[in-house]
Design a protein around this ligand. Structure first.
Ligand code: AMP
Ligand code: ZN
Length: 671
């Protein structure tokens, strides 16, 4: 037993170190694959020996805990905000004010001001105990389960740390991860997130920590609070935090005068554009903690610190015209076409206007001089109008009523910001976009066919929906621009080869709104054929694990269209996979259909994850908590007393491991 404990501890230690190398130091020394193997090994051991459970084990990073209502917690030390300054004069005024209060020379620590969501982390004996949002400064929300999934937050500290302290920092979403998340959202027809900061703070309040785990969040630390910490300066505080395993940016610097502070600001005002995340200023802090004590706080913020806000990079330029783009899902996006202008080192010609409400709210008109800003967004945005420059004959913008591509009257659903073109089957950009999605790598992955060729094929009238692809001939495509006999042959061959793509990817390829890769997989496994899925009611659909009302409605709507059914019939006739194959079917049954099952305790024949898979493969649903909806509990040994009590109270049957495995014929009756 001791050996196992040691093995588990060793794996945890190794994984912690690799996590640290990768997420804090940005220097991986093993491959992702090797890391995954070790993590798997640990997971298996922890499942088998739950007596060695540790809520701060590296396996806990994947999340899974659901928080319905975040508990409100009072901060042991209040979280203050910062006074802002916008000019050198503001900073010189601040210097004068503090010089009146403290005697002697003052040094400053300068740091960047990271733009995200502030967080306070409590550590006791080197273990993360709590993570609380700032809230109103006095109390915030307990978001520990979600924060634990952020890999750069150490769950266990290294080195010589105080017994108990709080550490403050900012949870941020670096640009790269933000853009990637948006690409995925656009692909499944969801609206992209507006900016990294709101997305970061929104992520902290997601109910499902497994969802948070998927987001590439980071945590940058800047302040330690507590008593008897043995720290004397702000700079030392940053150094210490770094040693204990926290991610502390390298940009911090001690300055001996305001002149040096100005140099720092000047330098980072340019240099910050090279950073992988958003910063909106510099925070100047009195370095000596003794002097900080002397200075104390105003009602709202420390006297010993001040934020200097970078001037937002904004320029003004003329709005020449507004055009409207139609996306694959029919969503309309208004775009500002601008007189080209330099902004943060690039020439800007276009900016997003978001939607009709935004145009109306800002009263944006063609011919106006508008302010344009570049934040974390992919394309810059229009902030407002310089009304002093408005032309006398300017007219308010009337939002289009009809699709710019097909002329169909636009619709706008209650509660949605975007207008949509409902001409699903006749609107060119929607038709092209859908076929482009169908052939894309994660969908049918058709080799030899690219997005531009799809547009060409549609515009030439050769195809009108994705099923038409399967009727194309070499002779038809050779005359197309940039086609030769060889590429034409490859294209036709690529299309034919896609007939072996498994059903779950075909389902994703159909482009049903809100049915992304993961959802398609879920639905394919559950319904096993397109026919069964097409027959499912909204009610049936929401009973599938993780399928919500929004997805269910969208699926039902898709199959209610005659046109879609006609296209699917054609796909079927061409031999595209519309059901799970025989090989995939092995081991899959309906035996547990309709059963909602809770797993509890330790098992002898199978691991917990194997058990979960067995339940799902047999058509059952695994639920994490006991409720009146629970059909029965598969109980191993060491089932928790509170679970037992709850099961008794609700009169829910307990099934032993053996009985359950016999029920699904995993064990024979003689076993
Ligand atoms: P404000 O929200 O404008 O009052 O600014 C105060 C907030 O700036 C703090 O609550 C922190 O979340 C954030 N902040 C970002 N970077 C730093 C930093 N280096 N030092 C202190 N606060 C920071
Ligand atoms: Zn249209």
């Amino acid at each position: 037993m001791n050996e196992i404990k040691q093995k588990i501890e060793k794996l945890r230690h190794e994984l912690r170190q690799h996590n640290y190398n990768y997420y804090v130091l940005d220097q991986a020394i093993i491959t992702d694959y090797e890391f995954d193997l070790k993590l798997k090994e640990l997971q298996v051991l922890e499942e088998k020996y739950p007596e060695f459970y540790d809520e701060n084990s590296p396996t806990q990073r994947v999340g899974g805990q659901i928080t319905k209502n975040f508990e409100t917690v009072t901060h042991e030390h209040r979280m203050y905000s910062l006074d802002n300054s916008y000019s050198k004069d503001d900073l010189l005024d601040w210097e004068k004010r503090i010089n009146k209060i403290v005697d002697g020379e003052i040094q400053y620590t300068c740091e960047l001001k990271y733009d995200g969501a502030s967080i306070s982390l409590t550590y006791e004996e080197g273990r993360l105990i709590k993570a609380i949002t700032r809230g109103d400064g006095y109390q915030g929300d307990n978001v520990t389960a979600n924060v634990k999934t952020i890999r750069s937050v150490p769950l266990k500290l290294k080195g010589d740390f105080p017994l108990k302290f709080d550490i403050r920092g900012e949870i941020i979403l670096p640009f790269e991860g933000f853009h990637k998340m948006n690409e995925e959202r656009i692909e499944i027809g969801e609206e992209p997130y507006r900016n990294p900061r709101n997305t970061a703070s929104g992520s902290l309040k997601l109910q499902d920590s497994a969802e948070v785990a998927k987001r590439p969040l980071e945590c940058l630390l800047y302040n330690i609070v507590g008593t008897n910490l043995g720290i004397h300066t702000q700079y030392e505080c940053l150094e210490k935090a770094k040693h204990w395993g926290f991610k502390v940016p390298e940009a911090a610097k001690v300055c001996r005068s305001m002149e040096e502070v100005f140099d720092y600001i000047h330098y980072w005002n340019e240099e910050r554009h090279k950073l992988p995340y958003e910063t909106d200023g510099v925070v100047v802090k009195v370095n000596s903690l003794r002097q900080q004590d002397e200075l104390g706080y105003t009602a709202k913020s420390p006297r010993w610190a001040i934020a200097y806000k970078f001037k937002a990079e904004r320029v003004s330029t003329r709005l020449n015209s507004i055009t409207y783009q139609v996306g694959r899902t029919g969503a309309i996006t208004p775009v500002a076409n601008l007189e080209p202008v330099e902004l943060s080192g690039t020439t800007v010609k276009r900016a997003s206007l978001h939607n009709a409400d935004q145009i109306e709210k800002l009263d944006i008109r063609v011919g106006d001089v508008v302010y344009v800003e570049k934040g974390g967004e992919i394309i810059p945005k229009v902030l407002g109008v310089d009304f002093t420059k408005r032309l006398v004959d300017s007219k308010p913008t009337t939002y289009i009523l009809h699709c710019p591509e097909c002329g169909t009257e636009l619709v706008r659903q209650e509660g949605e910001a975007q207008h949509y073109c409902p001409n699903y089957n006749g609107c060119k950009p929607q038709i092209i976009g859908r076929i482009q999605h169908f052939i894309s790598r994660k969908a049918m992955d058709i080799e030899g066919l690219g997005g531009e060729t799809v547009a060409l094929l549609v515009n030439e009238g050769l195809i009108n929906n994705y099923s038409d692809l399967y009727e194309l001939t070499v002779e038809q495509v050779i005359p197309l621009e940039r086609m030769a006999e060889k590429s034409a042959n490859n294209l036709i061959e690529g299309i034919a080869n896609s007939k072996t793509i498994p059903f779950e990817r075909v389902l994703y390829a159909l482009g049903i709104r809100y049915v992304g890769e993961t959802v398609a997989k879920k639905l394919a496994r559950h319904f096993r054929s397109l026919d069964a899925l097409a027959k499912a009611s909204q009610e049936d659909l929401v009973h599938v694990d993780e399928i919500g009302e929004k997805i269910a409605k969208s699926v039902v709507l898709f199959f209610s269209s005659n046109e879609n059914n006609y296209i699917i019939d054609r796909l079927r006739n061409f031999g595209v996979q519309l059901k799970i194959s025989e090989e995939e079917l092995v081991g899959l049954t309906d035996k547990l259909k309709g059963d909602v099952i809770v797993i509890s305790g330790v098992f002898e024949h199978v691991s917990r994850s194997e058990l979960k898979k067995l339940i799902e493969d047999n058509g059952g649903k695994v639920s994490s908590s006991i409720s009146s909806k629970t059909s029965y509990i598969v109980a191993g040994t060491n089932m928790g007393p509170s679970k037992k009590e709850k099961a008794m109270k609700l009169n829910i049957q307990l099934l032993s491991e053996n009985d359950f495995l016999k029920k699904i014929n995993f064990l024979s009756d003689t076993d």
